[in-house]
Ligand binder design. Structure first.
Ligand code: NCD
Ligand code: ZN
Ligand code: ZN
Length: 349
């Protein structure tokens, strides 16, 4: 059935997974996220990473300073876990309202993860403490074993790491970030209510063919890498199912155009400028526009135990062309959907 509505209004959404970077790139990208979202879970994979409450508080101040004065946006900070993470600093940072969550990057899994965790056994005391205080663990779920095919690294991570982890720490709140496979959907569906997942717009729109359409397409490359069509369809079903265990996390991960268009291009898709419109297209195609608000604005805060936003945002049905690139504060960035058009547009209230 075709949806004939010309406008939809939903509670203002939040982004539960974003890379805002630092320095000049932060200046270039922060406002795109703040324009679309009320709050965002800000990833800590800076160089050097955000590993202490003091560095997170300083980073939060830099984010706020990068936005026009009076912008209504709350960055929610995360702690980058390392092998020698300090349970006391993390727990007290959470209690003090500086750390909303902590992030597990398997060492060398993705951008700026060289200081990540080499073995979950090393951080067990931290995870036990997080479980005790109800602090969520956010997980980049890929094994880093070079012998495992890159398209299998998420599924193998579930078997080797995540499955055992939820058996050992059954009450730990875990967000399985940027899921890309039907195995991840099955895992989340069969786990308890303390396990949730974020889903990006790009993994809902593209499968792995997008990286090779007529040549190599660096702007479609991110980690975890897009998978086969059957996985994309499983993600679309999960996101639009109405299940409270799935929520919006863009994983907007900007890199300068020259770092993407390179012999060794960086992983990451910059989707912040059109994120909500991109999700709306998927929900419309799936006949599920009525479920967009749950996914974008309700399931996330409920999982994190935070209040829902009380302001609203409207999307209007109109042609919304996406430029080939965006110049911002001295950076050139290629947005997701570059050169094509979306059919919804946010109207600012
Ligand atoms: C992210 C980045 O560039 O920081 N890249 C990506 O492809 N998603 C890192 C991450 O989220 O894994
Ligand atoms: Zn990641
Ligand atoms: Zn990410």
């Amino acid at each position: 059935m075709t949806d004939t509505r010309t406008a939809i209004t939903i509670r203002r959404p939040d982004d539960w997974h974003v890379h805002l970077r630092d320095g000049a790139m932060l200046e270039a990208v922060a406002r795109f996220t703040a324009r679309q979202f009320a709050r965002a879970i800000v990833m800590p994979n800076l160089s050097p990473p955000v590993t202490s409450a003091a560095s997170a508080a300083a980073y939060r101040d830099r984010i706020i300073a990068a936005l026009p004065e009076g912008t209504d946006f709350t960055p929610l900070m995360t702690c980058y876990l390392t092998d020698d993470a300090d349970a006391e600093d993390i727990a007290s940072g959470h209690t003090a309202g500086i750390f909303t969550a902590a992030k597990l990057y398997p060492a060398n899994a993705t951008t700026n993860s060289a200081h990540g965790v080499t073995d979950v056994a090393h951080i067990m005391p931290v995870l036990e403490r997080m479980q005790a205080i109800g602090m969520p663990l956010l997980v980049h779920g890929e094994v880093t074993d070079g012998n495992i095919d890159i398209f299998d690294r998420e599924a193998v991570f579930i078997d080797r790491i995540l499955g055992p982890l939820i058996r050992d720490l059954p009450d730990l709140k875990i967000v399985f970030e940027h899921i890309t496979t039907k195995q991840a959907v099955q895992f989340v569906d069969s786990a308890g209510p303390n396990i949730a997942a974020t889903i990006t717009p790009h993994h809902l729109h593209i499968n792995r063919n997008a990286m090779f359409t007529g040549g190599i397409r660096p702007h479609a490359y991110c980690l975890p890498v897009a998978k086969r069509e059957l996985h994309r369809l499983a993600l679309r079903k999960a996101a639009t199912s109405g299940s409270a265990r799935y929520f919006l996390g863009t994983d907007s991960a900007p890199h300068e155009i020259h770092a993407k268009e390179s012999a060794c291009g960086c992983a990451g898709i910059f989707n912040a400028p059109y994120a909500l419109e991109s999700y709306a297209a998927v929900f419309e195609e799936e006949g599920a526009l009525d479920r967009l608000e749950g996914f974008a604005s309700v399931h996330g805060p409920e999982f994190y135990g935070l209040p829902l936003n009380d302001t609203m945002v409207s999307l209007e049905r109109r042609d919304n062309p996406v430029p080939d690139d965006i110049e911002s504060a001295g950076s050139t960035l290629v947005p997701f959907h570059a050169g094509s058009a979306l059919n919804w547009q946010i109207v600012q209230s």
